[in-house]
Design a protein around this ligand. Structure first.
Ligand code: MG
Length: 180
């Protein structure tokens, strides 16, 4: 029985998961994507309490490289031809067994990777077949807080989300003026 409390690695698809799936085409090969700030906050918070987070996408763009670097994500695999193989590579590189890994995807191309991991996750606006294969379907759609919701789900099952919140809900620091 898959248990979100066991999950130590979360692998994220990009288009339709970290974004709403929109691709903005500029001149030449410029491609723009819209990321969600609350997803990014949750990724950083998750890393601080020990959850590995990785990115795995079949497409290739500078925007993803930049967002991955900004969030301090160690494993960012772009241009993947085989997500099932690459999710195994990420798990090995992270030192986490597949049954302690989660993958969040949104379309048919993600199914092989979702079937590799212990805890497959998806978004509210995913393909029906993907929803059927998922242990968790977020209430929020891709690019609109789905990743945040998925991370909260994992960390709450592990009793760690409270630690994240506590970092921001403490008493304000009292600054004692130093003597002149
Ligand atoms: Mg996708």
């Amino acid at each position: 029985m898959p248990d979100p409390a066991d999950i130590r690695l979360l692998v994220l698809d990009v288009d339709g998961v970290l974004t709403d799936g929109g691709l903005y085409y500029g001149p030449g090969d410029v491609e723009l994507k819209r990321f969600d700030i609350k997803d990014g906050f949750a990724i950083r918070a998750a890393q601080r309490v020990g959850l590995h987070v990785a990115i795995l996408t079949a497409r290739q763009s500078d925007a993803v490289a930049r967002r991955g670097a900004e969030l301090g994500i160690e494993h960012v695999i772009q241009g993947s031809q085989d997500k099932a193989r690459d999710v195994r590579r990420i798990a090995t590189a992270s030192g986490v067994p597949l049954h302690e890994a989660a993958f969040m995807g949104d379309d048919l191309v993600d199914l092989p990777a979702m079937r590799q991991v212990g805890y497959p996750m998806t978004v509210a606006d995913a393909a029906d077949e993907v929803k059927q294969a998922a242990e968790l379907i977020t209430e929020k759609p891709g690019g609109r807080g789905a990743v945040r919701e998925g991370i909260e789900h994992l960390l709450k099952a592990q009793g760690k989300w409270e630690k994240v919140v506590a970092q921001y809900s403490g008493e304000p620091h009292v600054v004692t003026p130093s003597p002149l």
